[in-house]
Design a binder for this molecule. Structure first.
Ligand code: ZN
Length: 187
């Protein structure tokens, strides 16, 4: 990473932290939302050996358009069309009902760019792994298992861009499935 790559990374981190400030995750500890995009970028960097500054910045920004007031035009202006383009590829249309959005993610996965596939895979790894240490507080096990099945379908469409990430996804999915089998819903 050279100076301008690092500059892009730190600017995207600063921007995302401000936009997500006040947002919390769905785990029992209600952790700060920004922990999630940071973890996705870390997985790309450490596990996927990704050194592409566009992809790392897009990872940090990946939920800003979907979950905050940020617009695509704003990202284009501040971070360039490549970064904004990758974010746009992994952004759901929030006007659609939740089930429809999930169905479309499965349908769109095989058509994503190489960057977006890696980002999607790292995002799924983090979300699936989250069921172990920080499960969504209000989700019954059946919903958690349903999420794993859905994640596997999306992954089936977007795998093939980064073998290390692909094998980490498969491994994480099987560990989490096992763990959920041993768990039962609180009475
Ligand atoms: Zn995400």
């Amino acid at each position: 990473m050279n100076e301008s790559d690092f500059s892009l990374f730190i600017q995207s981190l600063d921007f995302a932290a401000r936009r997500h400030s006040g947002q919390r995750r769905k785990d029992a500890a209600a952790s700060p939302y920004i922990n999630h995009p940071i973890e996705v970028a870390r997985v790309l960097w450490e596990e996927g050996d990704v050194r592409d500054p566009v992809l790392l910045a897009a990872a940090i920004l990946h939920d800003t358009v979907e979950d905050t007031e940020t617009t695509d035009a704003e990202l284009r202006n501040l971070f360039g069309s490549q970064v904004a383009g990758v974010v746009a590829e992994v952004t759901d249309d929030k006007r659609l009902p939740k089930d429809e959005r999930k169905r479309l993610q499965v349908e769109h996965a095989p058509h994503l760019s190489l960057r977006a596939r890696q980002l999607k895979t790292a995002d799924l790894i983090c979300n699936v792994h989250g069921f172990i240490d920080s499960p969504p507080a209000k989700w019954p096990l059946s919903r958690q298992r349903g999420y794993l099945d859905w994640a596997e379908q999306v992954f089936g469409g977007c795998c093939g861009s980064n073998p290390a990430l692909d094998s980490l996804f498969r491994q994480t999915l099987s560990v989490v499935r096992e763990a959920l089998l041993r768990r039962s819903d609180p009475q």
